[in-house]
Design a binder for this molecule. Structure first.
Ligand SMILES: Nc1ncnc2c1ncn2[C@@H]1O[C@H](COP(=O)(O)OP(=O)(O)OP(=O)(O)O)[C@@H](O)[C@H]1O
Length: 221
């Protein structure tokens, strides 16, 4: 089957007449990881929420293979890992897993020691790091064609971040992934393409020098 393409175009967002997003163009195909970088407050989370459909913008064009998507969260087309915790507190991990995990990934997920050790617990009985691991894994192993990851490496140890990078690369064989995180080296490691969000506009980044030119990172060389 041909890989699907998620297209995000002409997003316009302002808060209290302050323009946040104004010239946005982003594409992601199943099979690729697109890294979205940008300074604090540049609008990365807002853009991901607009694509997912939980934040309204004055204009947007989001489509999958030409079919307009108003609410990405419907029909499991798009899954989104927000910065904050999202799993409901009072439901057992095993029950959530049964609902959220795609059957093709069930063996990968259910054999993980973290699942074996904690499946009988509710989310509120997990440590912050354990909860974040489950939230991340349940998004990555979900049925969605496209995955949006907002700061997946924040609050996790380097070893966990490396493990997540491996899972991202694995599921990206069949899914399209857009990832943003301030651990930019981790993002560079796994991304096929990098887009910088600056002054409300998306800018394709060709190499590390572009990130220096755009003042996203300093020139330490
Ligand atoms: N509900 C809101 N009302 C008013 N302003 C908002 C609202 N949500 C976000 N903003 C502002 O919009 C801008 C973009 O916020 P956003 O969270 O999208 O940035 P970000 O690039 O994800 O930042 P960070 O890297 O710090 O997480 C910020 O200046 C923020 O203060």
């Amino acid at each position: 089957m041909q890989p699907l393409t998620l297209k995000i175009d002409s997003v316009q967002l302002a808060f209290n007449e302050r323009k946040i997003l104004q010239d946005i163009y982003l594409e992601c195909k199943q099979g690729e990881v697109v890294g979205l970088l940008g300074r604090n407050g540049s609008g990365k989370s807002s853009l991901l929420k607009i694509v997912f459909g939980t934040l309204r913008s004055s204009f947007k064009h989001v489509s999958i293979d030409g079919n307009f998507i108003q609410h990405g969260y419907l029909q499991s087309r798009i899954a989104y890992l927000p910065q904050h915790n999202y799993l409901p507190r009072g439901i057992k991990i095993s029950r959530l897993a049964n609902i959220l995990i795609d059957e093709i990934y069930w063996n990968d997920f259910s054999n993980l020691s973290i699942y074996q050790d904690h499946r009988h617990k509710n989310a509120e009985q997990l440590s912050g790091g354990e909860l974040r691991q489950f939230e991340m894994l349940m998004i990555l192993y979900s049925k969605a064609d496209f995955i949006l990851l907002d700061e997946p490496f924040t609050h996790v140890t380097p070893v966990q971040a490396d493990y997540f990078k491996g899972v991202i690369e694995k599921v990206a064989q069949t899914k399209g992934i857009i990832i943003t995180d301030h651990q930019y080296q981790d993002v560079l490691d796994i991304s096929d393409r990098i887009i910088l969000l600056k002054d409300g506009c998306t800018k394709p980044i060709k190499n590390i020098d572009d990130l220096i030119t755009h003042n996203y990172i300093g020139n330490f060389r």
